[in-house]
Design a protein around this ligand. Structure first.
Ligand code: UP6
Length: 268
């Protein structure tokens, strides 16, 4: 699929977070998201300060941070405004509507109070979207559904993936704005319909880890598979060589991702 430029897709969205993601991508020339999977607030903020200029989005797992507080979340929000990126808490909700609405709004993390974007497994059925939407939509938040996963042996394939797309279509695009997937799962979108696809499992060096993760290059993800955003974790924050190395590596991934996007647009 030859998709339109990010800038031309903004008007196809009503959800404010979807619009902001596409605006940032166009303004900063980046389709890079960095996954900040470190276990202290100090390390997390360090990584964010190093990569912030190169990314459209910072992805968190707040439940792995040992000293998580709402002060940390506020600092992250401050940085997201200063450095111009969207916050994506990779919560992967997977329960009934009533429970997920509580998990999203309450508890220690109060995700909906600071995270622009989050995601959910479609496995419980559409009630999960309704439950999260009740909390997130009034705040201008957005949701991605997990249609596929990068890990070896994933069960999210074939008709599961197709039904995930159908569930999103049925929900409408005022809260669900796209998918976590390995490629374009939005087969035959209707005219004027646009979905944002984000792909984890991206690395320029490693091909995988010992726990089933599988990596593809930015080019394979963006040019070959047609995804919109590349999500990189250990490939960037795990690089040896200190402060400058992390910053440089983020910039390298940004350039690779952007080049693949420009080539995709130019492809006839
Ligand atoms: N993630 C995947 N694959 C998926 C969905 N999510 O790897 O299908 C998440 C992981 C991790 C990040 O939870 O936070 O993306 C990938 O990190 P890595 O680049 O260090 O492997």
């Amino acid at each position: 699929t030859t998709l339109k430029p990010y800038a031309e897709r903004i008007e196809l969205h009503t959800n404010p977070t979807a619009r902001r993601i596409l605006e940032i991508m166009d303004r900063k020339k980046t389709n890079l998201a960095v996954s900040v999977d470190v276990t202290t607030t100090k390390e997390a903020l360090e990584v964010v300060r190093r990569v912030g200029e190169s990314v459209c989005l910072v992805k968190t797992h707040c439940d792995i941070i040992e000293d998580f507080t709402l002060d940390f979340a506020n600092e992250l929000v401050k940085l997201s405004k200063e450095l111009d990126f969207v916050i994506f808490e990779d919560r992967k909700f997977a329960d009934i509507g009533n429970t997920v609405s509580l998990q999203y709004s309450s508890g220690h993390h109060r995700i909906s109070s600071w995270s622009d974007l989050t995601n959910a497994h479609p496995v419980p059925g559409p009630g999960i979207i309704t439950g999260l939407s009740q909390v997130g939509k009034p705040l201008g938040r957005a949701l991605l559904l997990l249609a596929e996963m990068s890990s070896k042996g994933s069960l999210a394939t074939g008709s599961y993936t197709e039904q995930t797309y159908k569930m999103a279509k049925d929900a409408g695009r005022d809260f669900v704005i796209g998918f976590i997937a390995q490629g374009r799962v939005d087969t035959n979108p209707e005219k004027g319909e646009d979905w944002i696809i984000m792909s984890p499992g991206v690395g320029l060096v490693s091909k995988g880890d010992k726990l089933g993760q599988q990596y593809r290059t930015p080019r394979e993800v963006v040019y070959d598979a047609g995804a919109d955003v590349i999500i990189v974790g250990r490939g960037i924050y795990g690089i040896q060589g200190g402060e400058k190395a992390v910053k440089d590596e983020a910039e390298r991934y940004r350039q690779e991702g952007w080049k693949a996007y420009e080539e995709r647009l130019a492809r006839k």
